[in-house]
Design a protein around this ligand. Structure first.
Ligand code: GLP
Length: 255
């Protein structure tokens, strides 16, 4: 493919689908994921946490409860986890996924790959998770949310394009942005283990869901400015099978 054609293809891959409301955008993402699992019941899904994907997961659960789909053969990978939190801790991302999705449908617990934030040796845990991901044959569809500072997973500004699973320090902006979602902890853990940008880009398909005015600047920087480690989500522009789902509020600065 010559550069100009490839450039066009890249632009097509990065033309966002914009919906009137956050619910409409989330419903479209849920439909995308349901179509994936119906097409390949053994799909490997990379899953994000946070407030944005909650409606997506509710729609997946509803589809299961209505007998529309089964997740029993699906394999999943969580995107990230706070250091120091075991899956039993209510503020862990593992517990979030159990509450919002895994515990409400027919996922096989043996097929749910989770980072152990409470591992005695977190460096070894990051290496274990990286090996799991590598040996799995990779992620078919990676669902992402967008941090207000452009982070993906917990790849904060400055994260290298070729980064892999590792322990990271969370930015002050992320610590304050994630504070409201805590229920037991008094403050957000200062470190996390996250898939790296290279791991995310290795996914065969990426779905980015960003909604609300707080994400508008990060969306503009990701889709309109020169790709830079200053805005990790902008590095997704090197992926040629990515779908951006936005509501009108998150798309407000795209012009
Ligand atoms: C957290 C997560 C990200 C998530 C982001 C946005 O930092 N590590 O995976 O996308 O915050 O979360 P929310 O959807 O709640 O805005």
């Amino acid at each position: 493919m010559n550069f100009s054609l490839q450039k066009t293809a890249l632009n097509d891959a990065h033309r966002p689908t914009i919906f009137p409301t956050a619910d409409d955008a989330a419903d479209a993402v849920a439909d995308h994921l349901l179509a994936t699992v119906k097409r390949d019941p053994k799909s490997v899904l990379g899953l994000a946490t946070g407030q944005t994907p909650r409606r997506v997961y509710k729609r997946l659960v509803d589809a299961f409860l209505e007998g529309e789909v089964s997740f029993r053969d699906v394999e999943t990978f969580n995107l990230d986890e706070y250091c120091g939190l075991a899956a039993s801790h209510t503020d862990s991302f593992a517990a979030f996924m159990q509450r919002e999705l895994f515990g409400l449908a027919d996922f096989d617990p043996d097929s749910l790959n989770l980072i152990d934030g409470a591992a005695a040796d977190l460096t070894a845990e990051a290496a274990r998770y990286a090996a799991l991901l590598r040996d799995s044959g990779g992620i078919d569809v990676q669902l992402l949310g967008l941090g207000a500072n452009g982070h993906i997973g917990f790849n904060e500004p400055g994260s290298a394009h070729d980064s892999h699973v590792r322990i990271v320090d969370l930015s002050d902006e992320t610590l304050s942005a994630n504070q409201p979602s805590l229920t037991e902890l008094r403050s957000v853990p200062s470190q996390a283990i996250t898939l790296g940008i290279a791991d995310i880009l290795n996914a065969r398909e990426i779905i980015m869901l960003a909604t609300g005015p707080a994400k508008a600047a990060a969306v503009r920087r990701s889709l309109r400015e020169k790709p830079s480690t200053d805005c990790p989500a902008s590095l997704l522009r090197s992926h040629t099978n990515i779908h951006w789902y936005l509501d009108s509020a998150a798309a407000a600065e795209l012009g």
